[in-house]
Design a protein around this ligand. Structure first.
Ligand code: G6P
Ligand code: ZN
Length: 544
């Protein structure tokens, strides 16, 4: 195999965000841009005898081209064994599973998750380590450092790999295995959930469902598992064909972007259960007939009912949520006498806790839920978890949720996003908040009195690493919270996220619209951050 050393020049903007490097496709298509970043990853990794690499992506525009480039650079950097999803496709959780199952050194996942795809939209790449999880910050910092002064990269002079035929190929000394993207994942799911019971209730029509794959990667997974294995009627999975541009939509499972599905669930035609997943298959949105389950509640309900699901029936070791996620799961943990951890936003922060078996379940308000079965959040896993709970309890989603609230109280929750804010203005808002927080404790605003106000900093309980500046928290005496953060995943300007949460113990007040119940907090949030005043906007871009 002939290896060439290509001359390159450094780009200054290759700092990975919350979940890898995400940029416009046009940015990635700049000369050597992708190659630089991939070389920066390989050059930053410690020497290892493990030469196996997993590669797969969500099928968005540039996926195939990027896959071929990565194979050549990886081969030049000493990788000899490649596990690649057919067509270059793998959902993020499936990639995580393959890394673990076949004990690869790591994997490269090509995705910009829920961001739109297409020639003028987004692409992304991230490295996952041997535990199957996203590379922690010490890795991503090293990648970035390397990228800032890179001058050459290595690339193998080999032909393009046939990505479409499942099976093994040998190119020079390279062993290249093209995997069916669904097989191993489906087998894992069948080991965790009661597929016999699910098949019984789903194929008989006792439990009707709709799954929106949003023209993204979960199409083939959901079609095989929900329709093929569990017998849901053909057509239960909609938008099932992955498209390079996701049909021009945002493949983001929330009330704004999966609007049709949400409308269906609040109409007379609603099936018992509906769900959607995102571009790369790690997110999930859960709906029942006439009800939307917030991701924070979903995590809490999953934790409270884990004993009903075979893979978790023997008990769970603990739970974790990201800081802006509501405290609903904390209440379940307390009742079950389980440890509960609060981490910064980003799935990578769960990795150590999962590896050390300090937790079994974890989740984020950003439509992510998962467990120790892989080291990524997992959309279809959450869907199957819910279906398993529904099948066991034989109750509608709404009853499960309201009974949960009756038992634990309701954490009324919502998030307001201001997208594409000019970076200077967004940073100004955060600075302004930082200036205010110190003297806030003890002060009262209307019916709310501030108990604490700080900037969240996290010390990992396993490796003691410290992550600072993880969002501004204002906590009130009654348990309510307002949190402000700048998103780490956007590609245009800055996105200010405002998370609002109010605890309601009184069951007679559970049936409130969050926007009404949170109105006073919403107003207070504006008073603190002045986003409307500073941007001239009148409304958030998205409310979830
Ligand atoms: C990705 C990450 C999540 C994170 C989410 C939102 O999906 O995997 O861990 O919660 O993005 O991040 P952001 O920084 O945009 O709020
Ligand atoms: Zn995703």
């Amino acid at each position: 195999m002939q290896i060439e050393t290509a001359q390159t020049h450094a780009y200054s903007d290759q700092k990975p965000g919350t979940s890898g490097l995400r940029k416009k496709v046009k940015v990635f298509q700049q000369t050597h841009y992708l190659a630089n970043f991939v070389q920066s990853i390989f050059s930053s990794l410690e020497e290892s005898d493990n030469k196996t690499l997993v590669i797969g992506g969500d099928g968005r525009y540039f996926n195939r081209e990027a896959t071929q480039i990565i194979i050549k650079i990886a081969a030049a950097n000493g990788f000899t064994d490649f596990i690649i999803g057919q067509g270059g496709l793998l959902s993020t959780p499936a990639a995580s599973h393959l890394i673990r199952k076949y004990q690869a050194l790591g994997g490269l996942i090509l995705s910009a998750s829920h961001n739109p795809g297409g020639p003028d939209e987004d692409f992304g790449i991230k490295y996952n380590i041997s535990n199957g999880g996203p590379a922690p910050e010490n890795y991503t910092d090293a990648f970035y450092d390397y990228s800032k002064s890179i001058t050459t990269y290595k690339i193998a002079d080999i032909p393009d790999v046939n990505l479409d035929t499942v099976g093994e190929q040998t190119i020079d000394q390279l062993k290249i295995r093209i995997f069916d993207p669904v097989d191993d994942y489906a087998e894992l799911m069948s080991s965790l959930f009661d597929f016999d019971l699910l098949k019984q209730v789903i194929s008989s029509g006792k439990l009707s469902l709709r799954f929106d794959a949003m023209h993204a990667i979960t199409g083939p997974y959901a079609t095989r598992i929900l329709e093929g294995i569990l017998g849901a009627p053909t057509g239960s999975v909609i938008n099932a064909t992955p498209l390079e541009d996701f049909g021009g939509h945002h493949p983001d499972p929330n009330l704004a972007h999966a609007k049709e599905l949400a409308e269906l669930m609040f109409s007379p035609e609603a099936p018992d259960f509906a769900a959607a997943s995102d571009g790369d298959g790690d997110r999930n949105m859960i709906l029942g007939n006439n009800i939307f389950v917030t991701p924070s509640d979903s995590l809490a309900i999953i934790a409270a009912n884990a004993h009903l699901v075979p893979g978790y029936a023997s008990g769970i070791s603990g739970v974790a949520r990201s800081m802006p996620t509501s405290q609903a799961v904390d209440r379940v943990a307390k009742a079950m006498n389980l440890p509960c951890f609060e981490t910064p936003t980003g799935w990578k922060f769960f990795g150590n806790l999962l590896d050390a078996n300090k937790i079994t379940l974890c989740g984020e308000e950003s439509f992510g839920t998962g467990s120790s079965h892989v080291r990524e959040k997992d959309g279809l896993w959450a869907v199957l978890f819910w279906l398993n709970i529904l099948a066991k309890k034989a109750q509608p989603v709404s009853q499960i949720v309201t009974e949960h609230w009756q038992k634990f109280g309701r954490d009324i929750y919502c998030r307001h996003d201001y997208e594409a804010v000019e970076s200077d203005i967004a940073n100004g808002i955060m600075d302004h908040l930082r200036e205010q927080i110190k003297p806030l404790a003890g002060k009262s605003f209307g019916s709310y009195s501030v108990q604490y106000a700080d900037e969240f900093s996290y010390t990992d309980p396993v490796d003691n690493s410290i992550s600072k500046h993880q969002g501004i928290r204002i906590g009130f005496a009654d348990g309510s919270r307002i949190i402000f953060r700048l998103s780490g995943t956007g590609t245009v300007g800055a996105t200010l996220r405002i998370y609002l949460e109010k605890y309601e113990a009184d069951a007679s007040k559970h049936d409130q619209d969050p926007q009404d119940a949170l109105a006073e907090l919403i107003q207070l949030a504006e008073q603190f951050c002045q986003v409307k005043k500073r941007t001239g906007r009148t409304e958030p871009t998205v409310i979830t």
